[in-house]
Design a protein around this ligand. Sequence first.
Ligand code: G3P
Length: 219
Amino acid sequence: MKLFLDTADFSEIQKAYLTGLIDGVTTNPTLGLKAGKTLYGIAGDILQACPTIESVSCEVVADTAAEMLDQAQTFLPLGEAVTIKVPCTIEGLKACRFLAEDGIKTNVTLVFSVAQAILAAKAGATYISPFVGRCNDNSFSGVELVRAIANTYATQRVSTQILAASLRDVHHVSRCFAYGADVCTLPPKVFWKMYEHVLTDQGLAQFENDWATANQPFK
Ligand code: G3P
């Protein structure tokens, strides 16, 4: 059960990494644009500052597998945690297969069906990224997609890991893990909401109050 952070915001990554609860980071061109940095620059910063991180997804964007493989070459020297993120297209799957054969970690992204997940597994993907929130945006259940992929992978003994992405709230995270996701990648605001509960706050207030009262005689 692994938690990745879905952001290219370096200060957010550093802050969350210090909790010791973050296993990896996923980036994409949109997140890079928001952060105002190239994915290469961001990946380099993360790998330098977060030495125990197991995976940093670096997305390639091109029409052909050959171009994707060329782009991958720029990221790979950054470190072993580099995970090449390819789109779930035929060219992306071809690139995935080549990279997998060389022992390079891959993440097949923009997955919206079990059929796509099957092809990605056949291509040797390390991770696949079903976009849960965007399924819901389009009137089908993202968490049910995660469940269906997990059932198929379990039946077929597939080692590709399900990396649930496009998660918009804490409930998505809980459901995805319950339904068989191996990894959830979270926007920072969702990560920081995971520990919050009103009953924890209430209980803590009571304990603090009672602690202060009980310790009065010893002051
Ligand atoms: O990991 C994919 C994610 O960044 C997309 O999220 O909310 O734009 O669908 P969203």
